[in-house]
Design a protein around this ligand. Structure first.
Ligand code: ZN
Length: 312
């Protein structure tokens, strides 16, 4: 396999595909993608704020000058994949119906409010999101939605959108470019960083990994972290299976979710970024086992647990 440098900026993957990478891939430092054919382009995701998205679009100008972006696909509803949408003017914006709905639930103003909240809530959230500027963002929602699968034609290049969520979020979508043997996975893959199961169930996410492992792809662009291949998919799958088994054991033993997250020995996964996300992942397994959903106030508590585990 070819290995790609993990440096900030646009990387030419060949066959009209590009990855825009933002090390170190931690909270909010997401990747995006570009597919170009015969004078038109499709953008996979925008970034977390307007400054970062503008910088990315400038870096892409050498390509998009001759092949303008006609379509944006948002892989899911998290802000680091869609808050920059307003800067891609005139393009059709495509997402799964579930992702489009979820975008209305966590508007930029909510994150901005949490990061600027007085006292320890503000202090907590600025540890995670302090590097970003959520001002000036106009929520810009998808103009076209779908469920299941949607094939797009970009300058004669076939692009397959495959909904695999709910998993990381409610409506995760993979962007597969068969002729380039390339897939953009959104946050269905975090590489060298810890996956976070906001929606679940984990079983859906494992199924998504199996789907990717079964495709004829060589180049795999994750939502966060360096470009990888199927070995990266396998590592994420292994992590998810491990967490589900360990959390289930502790649930059966009557341990609380918070204690279980502290108790699970992460082994080499302890070297991945943001390993404290085990707190959210264990909580998700518990919710699935108990058939209960999240409540609003819970999010702050989950961020507290993650910060505590990582000693932030
Ligand atoms: Zn992300």
């Amino acid at each position: 396999m070819t290995s790609w440098a993990y440096t900030k900026g646009l990387h030419d993957l060949g066959d009209g595909c590009y990855a825009y990478l933002q090390p170190d891939g931690s909270w909010g430092w997401s990747n995006a993608g570009l597919v170009t054919a015969n004078g038109v382009s499709l953008l996979v995701d925008t970034l977390f704020d307007l400054k970062l998205t503008r910088e990315m679009l400038d870096a892409m100008a050498g390509v998009t000058g001759a092949s303008p972006i006609r379509t944006v696909v948002n892989t899911h509803a998290n802000g680091d994949h869609c808050y920059g949408n307003q800067l891609v003017t005139g393009a059709e914006i495509v997402a799964s119906a579930a992702a489009a709905h979820e975008m209305t639930e966590v508007p930029p103003a909510l994150l901005d409010g949490l990061a600027k909240a007085p006292g320890d809530v503000g202090a907590l959230f600025s540890k995670f999101f302090g590097a970003f500027d959520f001002s000036g963002i106009t929520p810009t929602l998808p103009t076209r939605t779908f469920e299941g699968r949607l094939d797009l034609d970009v300058g004669g290049c076939r692009i397959e959108l495959v909904q695999v969520g709910p998993a990381h979020t409610q409506g995760d979508v993979l962007v597969h470019v068969p002729d380039a043997r390339t897939i953009f996975t959104g946050d269905i893959l975090f590489i060298d960083g810890t996956p976070i199961v906001w929606a679940g169930p984990i079983a859906n996410w494992v199924k998504a990994c199996d789907l990717m492992l079964g495709l004829d792809v060589e180049t795999v662009v994750p939502g966060h972290g360096p470009v990888t291949d199927k070995s990266g998919v396998q590592r994420v799958r292994d992590y998810l299976v491990f967490i589900e088994a360990e959390a289930t054991k502790r649930h059966e033993a009557g341990m609380s979710a918070a204690d279980a997250a502290r108790d699970i020995a992460l082994g080499e996964v302890r070297n991945w970024g943001d390993y404290g996300r085990v707190a959210v992942n264990v909580e998700n397994v518990y919710r699935q086992l108990e058939g209960s959903g999240y409540e609003g106030g819970n999010i702050v508590e989950l961020f507290r647990r993650m910060a505590e585990i990582e000693g932030m």
